[in-house]
Write a protein that binds this ligand. Structure first.
Ligand SMILES: [Fe+2]
Ligand SMILES: [Fe+2]
Length: 357
């Protein structure tokens, strides 16, 4: 049966539809936990809550295309290389210095769990604050299912595990239930100041909730796109039989998570593109092109992610590696070999979202 073309798909869905699963022939069980998503009769993995959400996003994107508006896209050249990279992580695991890798995998699972905060983003009566109509767009469905589906995918829902639990299971399968350092979250919080500064209002002429909505979507989109590098890293590392006790099952789990993330990237870039194509109302009644706000938020986030935040994260991880290497018989030699494997990288000059001068 031919699939309907995206332009023929409906543009309006209720929350129940946007949260609806496909029919699965078999559930996904990871680490003894029933997780979201499942397998069809041919054994293919199906992402959770995509029965209507996936075609809905295609329909909204087709509408943008028909109306001649481009889809926001983040240049892959901006993606910060993983640290430790796959070769560095392999070296540490081979040498029995497992803690930095356990720490990194645990940090990824914690960040996934934090993704649930997207459901707490204010919904500032968008229809009144956007000059043009928003019916039949992703924007009109953010509070009506899209944010909730995203939150459930990341942190799990009720008895069902999400990405947080899937990463934990992948880690525990591959590294055979390693001891988890007790201070992973604490050290992650230590990297916070750069991120907290981002909460400052940059568009005081806009309603604070509206700016927070755009800033959060831009931030989460950038994080989701950057996370693709972490998924490649995790999938390659945990699929390697030399360092992974369960290369097939652990690697496959990361692959399923990566599949699910596409939906997050696609709805967020769709909603941001719809805002970019519209005009926002300022609190004083004047108007401002949505594109100014969207681009400024993306530019700021991408600069932070490729600059200060990257440097801070790298420094924290390098310290943890040096600490863990101290127990190795030849720590100095190990650290030299570790440093020699680092991916050299310079952030591109431009994010592609610079304000027009
Ligand atoms: Fe996720
Ligand atoms: Fe995500």
């Amino acid at each position: 049966m031919a699939l309907p073309s995206a332009a023929d798909l409906p543009l309006d869905y209720d929350a129940r539809e946007l949260l609806a699963d496909d029919d699965y022939a078999e559930p996904l069980i990871a680490g003894g936990v029933r997780c979201h998503g499942g397998f069809d009769a041919d054994g293919r993995y199906r992402s959770p809550r995509t029965r209507h959400r996936a075609p809905a996003i295609r329909a909204w994107q087709a509408r943008l295309e028909t109306e001649g508006h481009p889809l926001v896209a983040i240049d892959p050249a901006l993606l910060v290389p993983q640290y430790p990279n796959v070769d560095q992580a392999r070296l540490l695991l081979r040498e029995g210095v497992r803690e930095p890798v356990v720490r990194r995998l645990t940090a990824i699972s914690i960040v996934e769990g934090f993704g649930a905060i997207i459901r707490d983003v204010g919904h500032p009566g968008l229809a009144e604050r956007v000059v043009e109509p928003i019916d039949g767009t992703a924007l009109a469905h953010l509070a009506g299912g899209l944010f909730e589906a995203h939150a459930r995918d990341e942190a799990g829902y009720r008895e069902e595990g999400g990405h947080k639990q899937m990463w934990e299971a992948a880690r525990d399968l591959a590294l055979e239930n390693p001891k988890i350092p007790g201070d992973v979250l604490l050290r992650m919080m230590g990297q916070g100041p750069a991120r907290r500064r981002e909460r400052v209002a940059h568009f005081p002429e806009l309603d604070g909730d509206l700016e927070a909505l755009v800033a959060t979507m831009a931030n989460v989109l950038a994080l989701e796109v950057f996370a693709m590098g972490a998924f490649d890293w995790g999938e390659t590392l945990l699929s390697d039989p030399e360092v992974s006790a369960e290369p097939l099952r652990a690697g496959a789990l990361v692959g399923y998570i990566r599949r699910d993330e596409r939906t997050h990237i696609e709805y967020l870039r769709t909603a941001l593109s719809e805002l970019s194509a519209r005009t926002l109302r300022r609190v004083d009644g004047a108007e401002i092109p949505g594109r100014h706000v969207v681009d400024a938020c993306l530019d700021r986030n991408l600069r932070a992610l490729t600059g200060a935040q990257r440097d801070e994260q790298r420094r924290t991880i390098r310290e943890a590696v040096a600490e863990a290497a101290a127990a190795h018989p030849h720590p100095k030699d190990l650290l030299e070999r570790f440093d020699a494997l680092e991916t050299s990288w310079t952030p591109p000059e431009r994010t592609g979202f610079e304000p027009e001068t």
